[in-house]
Design a protein around this ligand. Structure first.
Ligand code: ADP
Ligand code: 5GP
Length: 205
């Protein structure tokens, strides 16, 4: 029997705050946590690999997955559809693996409703100026796309109150330590332990 079931960690942020960087660094540096690979109708960016960063599908396929009830949450973000596969995250948590979901504020709300013991983390940039610089510096989006993302940032940041933690991603090392600490603390929470594991191993003589 496993000591505990895996937990869900939801990370949201305005585009460019650095959440993708943080989530991947966390999975590289901490054992027992995996990134959830979302489905999206967005086109792949340079360097993005299908099945690694996202599963890229067309709108018809995405809509039929909605109809089939395959998503635990989905949303339209900056003009594209994004969704989290129910089966993918259940398979990981049932194996005792924690899962980190890099999803938008609407998706985060849906996950909290579906799994109230999920942990919601909001990532802020150090300033709006830094956000602009990071979006431009990433060199993956056109000026129009950057403008849309900056316009949407204010609405997204207003959602911070619905989260359990806020991390300001100024120094990447500090932000990563803070994110790791949240995950590690959650792993030893009594409510996340399998009570039967303690009973069978320690309380039955
Ligand atoms: P998001 O997933 O939130 O849209 P990214 O992870 O793609 O953001 O990061 C946006 C850009 O900012 C990338 O070029 C990334 O390398 C850079 N970046 C991330 N964190 C930091 C940081 N702490 N300091 C400076 N640049 C950062
Ligand atoms: P990007 O296009 O920059 O990769 O992501 C744009 C936004 O979509 C980000 O806020 C990201 O967190 C969000 N996103 C990525 N995958 C999902 C998902 O499966 N569901 C939801 N709701 N949002 C997602």
């Amino acid at each position: 029997m496993k000591q505990r079931k895996g937990s869900l960690f939801v990370v949201s942020a305005p585009s460019g705050a650095g959440k993708t960087t943080l989530c991947w660094k966390l999975c590289d540096s901490l054992a027992g946590i995996k990134h959830s690979i979302s489905y999206t109708t967005r086109s792949p960016r340079h360097g993005e690999i299908n099945g690694v960063h996202y599963t890229f599908v067309d709108e018809d396929e995405f809509r039929s997955m909605i109809t089939e009830g395959e998503f635990v949450e989905w949303a339209e973000v900056h003009g594209n559809f994004y969704g989290t596969s129910k089966k993918r995250i259940e398979d990981m948590t049932n194996e005792g693996c924690d899962v980190i979901l890099d999803i938008d504020v609407h998706g985060a709300r849906q996950i909290k409703e579906h799994s109230p013991d999920s942990v919601l983390i909001f990532v802020l940039p150090p300033s709006m100026e830094a956000l602009k610089e990071r979006l431009a510096g990433r060199k993956t989006d056109s000026e129009d796309v950057i403008k849309t993302r900056l316009r949407n940032a204010i609405g997204e940041i207003g959602e911070y109150k619905n989260y359990d933690y806020v991390i300001v991603n100024d120094s990447l090392d500090t932000a990563l330590k803070e994110l790791s600490s949240i995950v590690i603390a959650e792993r030893v929470r009594i409510s996340k332990m399998e009570r039967d594991w303690i009973k069978e191993n320690f309380l039955i003589i």
